[in-house]
Design a protein around this ligand. Sequence first.
Ligand code: 523
Length: 134
Amino acid sequence: MQETLVVVGAAVLRNGRVLAAQRARPEALRGLWEFPGGKTDPGEIPEAALVRECREELGAHVRPLERVGPDVPLPVEGRRAVLRLWTAEIVEGDPRPLEHLALRWLSAGELRTVDWLSADLPFLEAVGAHLTHR
Ligand code: 523
């Protein structure tokens, strides 16, 4: 049986806000918001994938801090996959939307005002605990 694919996501925290990124593709997900990240490469440690994906997508160097929430099942290209999330902090650089339509820094009060991918929804409560209210 094929191994479960781990898709990593980063809840990048700064000044009591979290970074949300608006997907450009595929068409079915365009306009929806996510925690930036992506698929681990074969043999790649998930935390390394998180750092790599944030560098590719945001042009920033981040450091994973702690796991948040459970593994959320997620079908990817017909494979068994899970979404796994970490909080993260910026080590260097200012995130830019290199592959997304837009980025937003959300406070606790704003966290549910964007239209999240459904796999990201189970993480909102735990992420919200790291944010300031306004
Ligand atoms: N999700 C998802 N939430 C979330 C991420 C990072 C990904 O639901 N926070 C889903 C979206 C896709 C699948 O996981 O169905 C793979 O994510 P993707 O497309 O960001 O992975 P990449 O960047 O590795 O994909 P490639 O374009 O193939 O490089």
